[in-house]
Design a protein around this ligand. Structure first.
Ligand code: 13P
Length: 255
């Protein structure tokens, strides 16, 4: 089954609106009309509007890094799906390991966000992944299964067809320690098997499963050549136009 590769940049807590718009402008120039890879950038909330304006008319899509499941209300400091839609965001990263470990997000709360994203026509990028201690204890697949099943509770087959999953081993994020292509493929294949059980074979074959964790131009070709690795969720290497575009080119070459 052919799946178009997708490269997403997670800018995390980096870039002012002006810096974000400048990076987005560089990306638009360098990427041009390339259409054989889907590309998403996820700036911080404060830069969404400026980056969105810069991307307008280009093939690069806009995503957010988080959101609250409710549409509005007394949730100081939070941002909702309709607010993201109003800024023309099309994607939202949910359940990133930094949200889980630093801000106490649990699977049940992440699940509410996933349901809200679908309800509001935002495509969730649901992140799953094990810590180093969990990998060393041999519980990687169990952890990933729990996060995936709990995160997708109540999601319909129709909704799941537009889901994106990101496998991000926590020990590989921002550490320079990338998972080997065999380690990553094992988990990606496992995730696709779970999606088959949760939904259908045809849905599971359509869902793109991204790898995240120290993905760089040097290691991307081998990772992207794996049969169940459909793209990347990029942190550090997405903060600079040249390395991000090299990753986009690696995905185009791997198709
Ligand atoms: P790095 O690419 O900096 O390791 O970050 C990965 C990540 O967390 C993307 O969401």
């Amino acid at each position: 089954m052919f799946r178009k590769k997708l490269i997403a940049g997670n800018w995390k807590m980096n870039k002012t609106p002006a810096d974000g718009a400048a990076l987005a402008a560089e990306l638009v120039t360098l990427i041009g009309k390339l259409s054989d890879v889907d590309i998403v950038v996820c700036p911080p909330f404060t830069a969404l509007e400026a980056v969105g304006r810069t991307l307008d008319g280009s093939i690069v899509k806009l995503g957010a890094q988080n959101m609250h499941p409710d549409a509005s209300g007394a949730f100081t400091g939070e941002v909702s799906a309709p607010m993201l839609r109003a800024l023309f965001a099309t994607h939202v990263i949910l359940g990133h390991s930094e949200r889980r470990s630093l801000f106490g997000e649990k699977d049940a709360f992440i699940n509410l966000k996933v349901l809200s994203a679908f309800k509001n026509q935002l495509r969730p990028i649901l992140c799953v992944g094990e810590s180093l201690a969990e990998r060393e204890a041999g519980s990687t697949l169990k952890v990933v299964q729990t996060q995936l099943e709990a995160g997708l509770e109540g999601v319909s087959k129709e909704q799941a067809a537009s889901l994106l999953v990101a496998y991000e081993p926590v020990w590989a994020i921002g550490t320079g320690k990338v998972a080997t292509s065999d380690q990553a493929q094992e988990v990606h294949g496992f995730i696709r098997g779970l999606l088959t059980k949760l939904f259908t074979e045809s849905v599971a074959q359509r869902v793109r499963i991204l790898y995240g964790g120290s993905m760089k131009p040097a290691n991307a070709p081998e990772l992207l050549a794996q049969k169940d690795i459909d793209g990347g969720l990029i942190g550090g290497a997405a903060l600079e136009a040249r390395s991000f575009v090299e990753l986009v080119n690696a995905a185009a070459a791997a198709k």
